[in-house]
Write a new protein. Structure first.
Length: 266
């Protein structure tokens, strides 16, 4: 989803809608039962956030040790939904034992939000058309053409980026390191709308050594894959089928998680 210059993933919009529903229902039931729910609800949501975040951070702790503060950066999307929901429910149960009338507003609100989130994800999954590596030929920095659909055979991490895009620039070292450390994956960097000279100049200035850098001056790849913003990283299985999409800057942990999922599927 695109709102002006801002790009939001459908899952993020769905999550925000579920949170709004939780607050609306909790507030209405709280007024009906004459109990203040706003502060307890924030505590419950924080407990759910921590319970969902901690297992992910622990699983990929090596990637956070170099920059510990990045553990708090929830923008990378690293969460365990099951433990997050469990944490929120446990916090609700504990709070409701000490505040009379709090149990029903919180439990009903959380249940409603969880159902909306779950049903919405099911709809998104079922309505998403199958996307495959598109039959598009792009030129590399050396001028040689490369057919994108002929990349099947290995899992493909396809990154759409531009040199003027700050989050694209921030994630490039992460992607470069992953490309060097994972020869069983094929990393492709499709620059959107810029010249070979601009791309070479940027890579030289940042001391980047990327393989499979392609030029997409007309944005054909973005249109073919339904990409509406940058950076976007697309994960294709070895058969050329789209398995996952990451809209926005990708962290080392999230990148590793998606690649691990692809390995498990194969």
């Amino acid at each position: 989803m695109k709102l002006g210059p801002l790009v939001f993933s459908s899952k993020l919009v769905l999550l925000l809608a579920a949170l709004v529903l939780v607050f609306v229902i909790a507030s209405r039931l709280g007024r009906k039962h004459c109990v203040e729910v706003e502060k307890p609800l924030w505590i419950v949501l924080l407990a759910g956030l921590l319970a969902g975040r901690i297992p992910f951070v622990v699983s990929y702790r090596e990637m956070y040790l170099g920059a510990p503060w990045s553990m708090l950066d929830i923008r990378d999307g690293g969460f365990n939904a099951a433990t997050g929901i469990a944490g929120a429910l446990i916090a609700t149960f504990i709070l409701s034992r000490y505040v009379r009338g709090l149990r029903k507003p919180l439990f009903v609100a959380l249940l409603s939000g969880t159902l909306l989130w779950g049903a919405g994800n099911a709809v998104l999954l079922s309505s998403q058309p199958e996307t495959r590596l598109p039959a598009i030929a792009l030129s590399g920095l050396d001028g040689r053409p490369l057919r994108i659909d002929q990349l099947a055979g290995k899992p493909v991490v396809l990154n759409l980026w531009a040199t003027w895009c700050p989050p694209c620039r921030r994630e490039m070292p992460v992607l470069q390191q992953a490309q060097q450390a994972n020869p069983d994956f094929l990393f492709v960097f499709a620059n959107q709308g810029e010249s070979a000279e601009a791309v070479r100049s940027y890579m030289a200035g940042e001391k980047l050594k990327l393989e499979n850098v392609l030029l997409d001056p007309k944005g054909e790849l973005a249109r073919a894959t339904g990409t509406v913003g940058m950076p976007t990283t697309l994960f294709f299985d070895r058969h050329g089928k789209l398995a996952a999409t990451r809209v926005g800057e990708v962290s080392a942990a999230t990148l590793t998680e998606r690649m691990k999922a692809l390995r498990a599927e194969d």
